[in-house]
Design a protein around this ligand. Structure first.
Ligand SMILES: NC(=O)C1=CN([C@@H]2O[C@H](COP(=O)(O)OP(=O)(O)OC[C@H]3O[C@@H](n4cnc5c(N)ncnc54)[C@H](OP(=O)(O)O)[C@@H]3O)[C@@H](O)[C@H]2O)C=CC1
Ligand SMILES: O=C(O)[C@@H]1CCC=N1
Length: 290
């Protein structure tokens, strides 16, 4: 069939794109998320957003409806845990308490030299290396804002892993939000601040809204104001790089409304409670090391 030069050009451009996609897929490695719950799915979405082809990406699910959900949302293949464990890159997304059982189930399936990216709170790279011999382990702490690309991820390499594995993991997790390297000894503390931290901020947002309701606002309005305030305050702090104490001063007029509220927070020990909450989370992370 005859077609116009413009049409021919468009066709050849599309063919070139399809060819490039096929080449990228061939060059890609298999990435599997073993334990695809809240965090596993957030990381799965980020890995795909970072350019990993869906055709080379695997996930696990124990319930058929969850498998259908993951395939429907992300176009990935859902496989058994042993097949997932045999991928080039294995993202481990089970709970620390589920680790022993999973390790027993996949014993011997993880390939020599495979990259194992752990999402597990507390569990050390040394323990992971002993459970998955031959794997190169990178331990990470991702947080739930990763679900909207606004997370913060910290990571550290285990003894058998190095610059290549760290860089690889940073690239895989780039779409979760900000990614930074820390020493492994700092990861429990980071878990307290950024891993569990969103829950503390949500508790603050919930309390802000409750205060609004107490002061007479409809609940939906109070929640909308609280959420926008948390988002705005976070952005202001990040985008200006200003210390939060200074930002707090900017809000606080002499003998004004904020000074009255801050006095109440001090009297009720809110600051001390948050400091203790982060330190308790960090301690618990250390206990989960097993
Ligand atoms: N949630 C958070 O904010 C954060 C979590 N983390 C860490 O991330 C990890 C995952 O947490 P989260 O996503 O909240 O937990 P979820 O319970 O949502 O996810 C765990 C997943 O592992 C699956 N799983 C458990 N056992 C097995 C098994 N034997 N075989 C196959 N799949 C299995 C579960 O399947 P099923 O649904 O069938 O039980 C589930 O999909 C944890 O280690 C946690 O410490 C770290 C930082 C923040
Ligand atoms: O509560 C937990 O144990 C996990 C780890 C950090 C946030 N959630």
């Amino acid at each position: 069939m005859n077609c116009s030069p413009r049409r021919r050009e468009r066709r050849s451009r599309l063919a070139a794109v399809a060819e490039a996609d096929a080449r990228a897929e061939q060059a890609a490695v298999d990435v599997a998320v073993l334990g695809t719950g809240t965090m596993g799915e957030a990381v799965l979405a980020a890995v795909l957003a970072g350019g990993q082809p869906a055709g080379r990406t695997l996930a696990t699910a124990r319930r058929p409806e969850r498998a259908a959900e993951l395939t429907g949302r992300h176009g990935v293949r859902v496989v058994g845990v042993r097949e997932a464990a045999a991928a080039d890159v294995v993202v481990l997304g089970v709970k620390p308490q589920q680790l022993e059982a999973v390790a027993a189930e996949v014993a011997g399936a993880v390939r020599e030299g495979a990259l194992l990216v752990s999402l597990l709170a507390g569990v050390t790279t040394a323990r992971l290396a002993s459970l998955f011999p031959g794997a190169k382990v990178v331990r990470t702490v991702v947080n739930t804002p990763a679900l909207v690309g606004a997370g913060v991820t910290v990571l550290a390499a285990g003894a058998g892993a190095g610059e290549d594995e760290l860089a690889r993991t940073e690239q895989l997790l780039a779409a979760t939000g900000t990614v930074l390297r820390l020493a492994e000894g700092q990861l429990d503390a980071a878990t307290g601040v950024s891993g569990s931290g969103p829950a503390f901020v949500f508790a603050v947002a919930d309390a802000l809204a409750e205060g609004g309701v107490g002061a007479g606002l409809p609940r939906a309005v109070a929640l909308q104001l609280a959420a926008a305030t948390v988002l705005g305050a976070g952005r202001l702090m990040v985008e200006t790089g200003t210390h939060p104490a200074l930002l707090r001063e900017q809000v606080t007029s002499p003998a004004g409304t904020t000074a009255a509220g801050l006095r109440e927070l001090d009297a009720q020990g809110m600051r001390a409670a948050l400091v203790s909450a982060v330190m308790a989370s960090a301690r618990r992370s250390g206990e989960l090391a097993g």
